[in-house]
Design a protein around this ligand. Structure first.
Ligand SMILES: C[S@@+](CC[C@H](N)C(=O)[O-])C[C@H]1O[C@@H](n2cnc3c(N)ncnc32)[C@H](O)[C@@H]1O
Length: 263
């Protein structure tokens, strides 16, 4: 059962992610990596969890999968539907919560999530739902940001300035292989990991800051603007944190990919 704090948290999440669409330009390439890593085949029934603008689901559909996508954020679901039409593929995209998937047990040959299910507040609730809708022998695969690298550290910094409500697990925990192993436990076999990276273009660190401040951390920044000294401190710490990853006009953002077969 969800308590009021979790319901309120998810409403804020819907708002927070509604400006994410422009960043599909950088998650598009990673989508191809995850689809390849997941080893899905033409004809497979594939679910993209927390699909955002649909980059993984559409990539899967392009190789002949019967793809579906769900996302918490209505604005991104609309964009995913537009992207599906532009790509001239068929993908069933709908609004939904990974903690309560609107599908019967054993519906899919593969359940994927790119930088998505990690943002559900309760890891066990999310992963049990993803495994429930997966057929025995099916593949679960996801990409996640490790806590000790660029994007995970950035989310850690945001949490330091604006701690999440009690009961919300830190998303970058999903970037730790031991945490993934613990969450999947003995429901799966053949657990495998790989690393990949995203190149995030930015003309300067200021441009990077602007991209994320007008995207995934917009609401957080609006709140922080009420306390200018803290906002300045956040921006200073952010620049210090990301500058080691900035080279040749891009941020080098490594991530973890995990894949396993449901028993
Ligand atoms: C970083 S974006 C990734 C989007 C997309 N998978 C991609 O790679 O471009 C995170 C996504 O997780 C979605 N999300 C967050 N919490 C969710 C939840 N509880 N259930 C479903 N989607 C969720 C957000 O709406 C957002 O689209």
């Amino acid at each position: 059962m969800e308590n009021d704090a979790l319901i309120a948290f998810k409403e804020v999440q819907k708002e927070n992610w509604s400006l994410f669409a422009p960043l599909e330009a950088v998650t598009t390439i990673c989508a191809a990596s995850l689809v390849r890593f997941s080893r899905i085949k033409p004809g497979d029934k594939v679910l993209d969890v927390a699909c955002g603008t649909g980059v993984v689901a559409i990539t899967a559909a392009k190789i002949g999968a019967k793809a579906s996508g769900i996302d918490l954020c209505p604005a991104l679901v609309n964009r995913a539907q537009e992207n599906t039409a532009i790509a001239n593929v068929t993908v069933d995209v709908q609004e939904g919560d990974v903690e309560s998937l609107p599908f019967p047990d054993h519906s899919f040959d593969a359940v994927l999530s790119q930088f998505g299910h990690m943002f559900a507040p309760r890891p066990q609730v999310a992963i049990q739902e993803m495994l429930r809708v997966l057929k025995p022998g099916g593949i679960i695969a996801f990409s996640t940001w490790p806590p000790h690298l660029c994007v995970g550290k950035m989310f850690g910094l945001v949490s330091k300035f604006s701690p999440p409500p009690e009961g919300v697990s830190p998303p970058p925990l999903w970037g730790e292989p031991h945490f993934v192993r613990q969450q999947l436990a003995d429901a799966v076999e053949d657990l495998a990991f790989a690393q990949d990276f995203m190149l995030f273009p930015a003309l300067s660190l200021g441009h990077y800051q602007q991209s994320i401040e007008t995207g995934p951390i917009y609401e957080f920044i609006q709140n922080l603007k009420k306390e200018p000294a803290r906002l300045e401190q956040f921006r200073k710490e952010l620049q210090t944190l990301v500058s080691p990853y900035y080279v040749d006009n891009h941020l080098h953002q490594h991530y973890l990919m995990s894949r396993a077969r449901k028993k």
